[in-house]
Design a protein around this ligand. Structure first.
Ligand code: PDD
Length: 287
């Protein structure tokens, strides 16, 4: 089946979908994005993803491309036209097309691209093995809370992970604190049994999955706190895992050469994986 993309008002064959060479996304990474998971034909957490899109656009002063209801219509069309039962929709919004010049152009029309892809849902076999991670210096810019498409440091970090046979790269700031993964938020269970993820600040993206998993942790009455932790604490942790719209809850069993816990996914990651899987089966009331 031919894939279909939405590009600035038109639904086009994915293999022919293109934007102008002077799109400011292409020239300057002057744009923002969202990735929303689709499970059993329904969006997961679409509203908070679109709330974050509004915050990211506001932070860069890019005009919103259209009303939320119009955007939902396009998201659903892309899902249906690509027959996505399980997968993702990706949306990218840029400041638009203008002659290349650094300042914001006076008259550019916000550009919107929406694509979709199929992917089988996260397999619970991940709970048998977990994944490996490596640590890298967090040399990204200081506004990681904006879901900006300037992802070069993230790309280089993820590639370093791949080359080290690891699933994820964990960013560590100059003071030795873990910020987040190259495309995930990072969690640990300390040797004292406390579930931790870094508090929200400019050093991390406010993950929608992070927020949902925090609520699930509260429901499960886990001892949970939002505070920063060092790479050393993570390496000595009882458990570690990462979350995102595409990774859901993925247990990490090794960071660099350090084996986490007993080297197998732990009970907290398992419980949250199961709780998140159940949450996804319930779908998203707002969408
Ligand atoms: N990335 N941190 C970073 C740097 C991310 O890129 C992401 C998501 C997250 C988790 O956010 P959420 O739970 O809202 O997906 C944290 C998406 C999935 C991506 O770039 O493909």
């Amino acid at each position: 089946m031919a894939r279909i993309a939405y590009v600035n008002g038109r639904y086009v064959a994915h293999r022919k979908a293109a934007v102008h060479v002077e799109d400011r996304g292409y020239q300057f990474a002057d744009g923002v994005y969202e990735v929303i998971a689709v499970r059993a034909g329904r969006f997961i957490d679409a509203e908070p993803h679109l709330d974050r899109l509004d915050r990211s656009l506001g932070a860069l002063r890019i005009a919103t491309p259209m009303s939320r209801s119009a955007l939902y219509h396009i998201l659903h069309e892309v899902m249906y036209r690509n027959r996505i039962e399980n997968g993702i929709v990706y949306l990218q919004v840029t400041r638009g097309v203008a002659r290349r010049d650094h300042p914001f152009p006076a008259k550019a029309k916000t550009a919107l691209v929406v694509t979709g892809s199929r992917k089988s849902p996260l397999d619970s076999r991940i709970l048998e093995t977990g994944v490996n991670a490596i640590s890298v210096l967090d040399n990204r810019w200081k506004h990681c809370n904006i879901k900006s498409i300037s992802l070069l440091p993230n790309v280089l970090a993820k590639q370093a992970a791949r080359e080290a046979d690891a699933y994820e790269a964990v960013f560590v700031d100059e003071e030795g604190f873990v910020t987040e993964g190259s495309s995930t938020n990072v969690w640990i269970v300390t040797s004292g049994g406390e579930l931790l993820t870094r508090e929200l600040d400019h050093g991390i993206l406010a993950g929608v999955t992070r927020e949902t998993v925090s609520k699930l942790a509260e429901h499960l009455r886990l001892a949970f706190a939002e505070r920063r932790f060092t790479l050393e604490e993570a390496r000595g942790a009882r458990e570690a895992f990462v979350t995102s719209a595409t990774s859901c809850v993925t247990p990490v069993v090794r960071i660099d050469e350090a084996i986490i816990g007993n080297g197998e996914p732990g009970s907290t990651a398992r419980a949250l994986f199961e709780a998140y899987a159940r949450y996804m089966e319930g779908g998203d009331a707002a969408a």
